[in-house]
Ligand binder design. Structure first.
Ligand SMILES: Nc1ncnc2c1ncn2[C@@H]1O[C@H](COP(=O)(O)OP(=O)(O)OP(=O)(O)O)[C@@H](O)[C@H]1O
Length: 765
């Protein structure tokens, strides 16, 4: 199996593999990724069916070598038994150690098959005509069963295990659901009433369609034979009376089909929307309470994907394919008994195309899925290149590379076009093959049924209305592959959403509450150590005090842990050892919300929302008056530039405040923190992008604001912090190199003094 999975690169916490098994097989790729994601310690697994690449991220709980072994084992299990016939989905078994081999009954099945085959052969040779036809029908049924069973096993692979890891982690709400229930019922959740209503309407619609087909068959009968017996029994004895009656029946059936189809489609679509909305709001609520590490960096894209694409898929299944499954099931439930009861001699030929069409449809879907994956990948590459090129407009123009960019887009567009053409060819071919099969079956039914009518074994009155009905079934059967595909996608999406909902939410403290207006603002870090997952420690045995009512500054080397200290204070992260105390109380024991209410924080890269300037300053202090907003803006030196804008505070600033300069954005963020009026304020490079003059003005106004609160100022520009009561100079590895006031530090002629000399151009005194 070594040749099927080869490591490409292994770095701490991340491995890339080449897995031939997934090349051109999107389902296998999903299966492998799902299997690996179930393993504790593996935080992400993505397999690409186009490149055959596998990306695995893991945390410190698993060693790199163990991840390697797990990847190989998962590939072996999935390669050995992709259908998961061992009872449990292969994805689940691949996650076990060691994966058990599926247990078959090795002798019973072949013996049964040979026995049944022999009996069928005897019946075909020696039996009556009817026996032969029934045996043929049995063959059709077995073939249909085999194809459907294969489709079912395919779907079982994608099915998340009830009560599996996806639902058993720490999120109590998620863990409580799903014990033993089918995922589709889980997805429908509280909307079962609408599901029942939609299902009832679909069944009624199918019954009406079959009735309509029957009435049309009777019409033919009246025209050919002069009368249809069932109508005669209803008292319509003459041909013209029967035609009139049939006109009424056909019109009624048409109206019923149209009305019921409209109502059922509407109900299914509403169900889809309800499901989507419900899952999105519940999941988003959960996501908002996740630990910050799960919402940062690359993870944001995946979380957003789950909240849009995956949740959309859950709804889309009910808006479309669920209805199709029900229609298919109802057609089968009506037509098979009808043929068996009324015309068993032609049932086998009428239904012969069913396994063929089902098999063709599944095969087409398998092939199309690989093609769609390639097309999707190429289109995504094209899309991202278009955005990149447009965003890089100034760079492109400055290097005069417009033609180079256009050529790149041309190449990618051609590649996308080429794979789309392949997909289109196979889709059209499939549609035509299905059409040929249904036409052939119609011809076969006419010939064999007609012969039975001629030799008197089947009455024309019975045969005529049945002729057209199987076509309806076959057309639905041709969608089987698409339905199975949608079902698999839905289960995979459900699995991903459940995994997201099982991520731990932020644990709250146990030591009681903290009222923001009673906080003095005394902060102590006592022998604090902290490392981001898979990284060397950012802080090591760090102790410092940030006294209440004073301005404390953190300066020093980039990556020395300054922002990390702020994050520990905000409880975005908790210390691995040691403690962070606020007014003598360990912040881990306090409610996160209480701690955050007590701290005004301006991050290094503050986020502004798409909206007006006033909305952004008011964010978090929603009931602040207009006067308070303006006052905060004045303190942050934002008022002069805001007042100069044509729409003033009502100016819309676009996504992430794109319509403002960096320095303007920082001043809006500063005003927002000032308006919060918290007893502790942390400014992390809050004025790094403003000019020296404006910064000096901000410092003057901030002095009054800082008078009765604790300020922690993080800055690279030493002029920002020279008036601080105490300055900590941080060095690589999260340790304090020096501390003191500006003058004390200059007098030491150490790290700070040399930094000052570099920045100010003045030698230390
Ligand atoms: N989210 C994160 N995940 C992993 N490592 C991180 C993360 N954030 C910071 N680090 C690492 O932790 C160390 C300390 O980072 P931190 O942001 O606290 O430094 P800093 O002193 O604020 O740097 P700068 O002055 O450049 O802002 C760095 O080595 C950084 O790479």
């Amino acid at each position: 199996m070594e040749r099927d999975a080869r490591p490409r690169s292994v770095t701490p916490g991340r491995q890339r593999w080449d897995v031939r098994l997934v090349l051109g097989r999107p389902r296998t790729a999903e299966l492998l990724a799902a299997a690996l994601c179930r393993i504790p310690g593996i935080t992400e697994a993505r397999a690409n069916p186009v490149t055959g690449g596998l990306l695995v991220r893991h945390d410190a709980r698993v060693a790199a070598a163990d991840v390697g072994r797990t990847v190989r084992r998962a590939v072996t299990v999935i390669a050995g038994d992709p259908a998961g016939v061992g009872g449990r989905p292969a994805s689940a078994r691949a996650a076990d150690a060691p994966a058990p081999r599926p247990h078959h009954a090795p002798v019973v099945r072949p013996v049964l098959a040979v026995g049944t085959g022999a009996a069928a052969a005897v019946a075909l040779v020696k039996g009556s005509a009817l026996t032969r036809q029934l045996v043929a029908l049995g063959g059709v049924a077995v073939a249909t069963g085999t194809v459907l069973r294969k489709a079912w096993h395919g779907t079982a692979d994608a099915s998340p295990e009830p009560g599996g890891r996806a639902t058993s982690d720490s999120a109590p709400e998620a863990a409580g659901r799903g014990a033993g229930r089918h995922p589709l019922l889980e997805i429908v959740g509280p909307h079962r009433r609408r599901l029942s209503c939609a299902a009832a309407l679909s069944v009624a619609c199918q019954v009406s369609e079959v009735a309509l087909g029957t009435f049309l068959g009777w019409t033919g009968l009246v025209l050919i034979k002069g009368q249809a017996a069932p109508l005669a029994r209803l008292g319509l004895t003459t041909a013209s009376a029967q035609l009139l009656g049939l006109a009424g029946l056909v019109a009624g059936a048409c109206a019923a089909v149209a009305g019921l189809s409209y109502a059922s489609n509407l109900q299914w679509r509403r169900l889809g929307q309800d499901v989507e909305h419900d899952w999105r709001s519940r999941t988003y609520r959960h996501v908002q309470h996740l630990e910050l590490r799960n919402l940062e960096g690359e993870r944001t894209t995946r979380v957003a994907g789950a909240l849009t694409d995956d949740v959309g898929q859950l709804g889309a299944f009910f808006a479309g394919p669920a209805n199709e499954v029900l229609q298919l099931g109802t057609s089968l439930a009506l037509l098979v008994p009808a043929f068996l009861l009324l015309a068993p001699q032609i049932a086998w030929i009428a239904f012969l195309p069913i396994p063929v069409v089902a098999w063709l449809s599944l095969r087409h879907q398998d092939k199309a899925a690989a093609d769609y994956a390639v097309t999707g990948e190429r289109r995504a590459r094209l899309g991202s290149q278009v955005i990149n090129s447009l965003e890089a407009g100034a760079t492109v123009k400055s290097f005069c590379t417009e033609d180079h960019e256009a050529e790149r887009i041309d190449e990618l567009s051609e590649a996308a076009q080429e794979s789309s053409r392949r997909t289109d060819r196979s889709t059209v071919r499939h549609a035509e093959t299905v059409r040929a099969c249904t036409t052939a079956s119609m011809a076969g039914t006419l010939l064999i049924g007609g012969r039975s009518v001629l030799n008197g074994t089947l009455r024309f009155e019975v045969f005529s209305p049945l002729i057209g009905l199987p076509q309806m079934l076959l057309m639905r059967m041709s969608r089987l592959g698409g339905i199975v595909d949608q079902y698999q996608r839905t289960l995979a999406s459900y699995d991903r959403v459940q995994r997201l909902r099982a991520l731990p939410v932020e644990a709250d403290g146990t030591g009681g509450t903290l009222a923001a207006d009673q906080v003095r603002g005394d902060i102590v870090l006592d022998r604090v150590s902290f490392a981001y997952p898979g990284r060397v420690p950012a802080l090591e045995d760090l102790s410092m005090t940030i006294p209440a009512g004073q301005v404390t500054a953190l300066v020093g080397a980039t990556g020395s842990g300054k922002t990390t200290i702020a994050r520990l204070l905000m409880r975005f992260q908790d210390a691995d050892s040691g403690s962070v105390l606020l007014d003598g109380r360990d912040v881990r024991e306090l409610s996160r919300h209480d701690v955050r209410h007590a701290i005004g924080f301006v991050a290094q890269d503050p986020f502004l929302f798409d909206g007006t300037i006033a909305d952004n300053i008011r964010y978090g202090t929603f009931d602040a008056s207009d006067e308070a907003v303006v006052e905060a803006a004045r303190t942050a030196e934002a008022h002069p530039f805001v007042a100069a804008l044509p729409d003033g505070y009502e100016t819309v600033i676009g996504e992430r405040g794109a319509a403002l300069s960096g320095g303007q954005r920082q001043r809006i963020a500063l005003a927002r923190a000032i308006l919060k009026n918290a007893p502790v304020v942390i400014l992390d490079e809050a004025t790094s992008a403003v000019d020296n003059e404006t910064e000096a003005a901000i410092q003057r106004t901030l002095r009054g604001f800082a008078a009765d609160r604790t300020m922690l100022v993080i800055a690279h520009r030493l002029s920002t912090v020279r008036h601080a009561d105490r300055i900590y100079v941080m060095d690589a590895g999260g340790v304090v190199a020096e501390q003191g006031t500006h003058d004390e530090l200059l007098a030491r002629h150490g790290l700070y003094a040399s930094l000052w000399q570099l920045q100010a151009g003045e030698p230390a005194a």
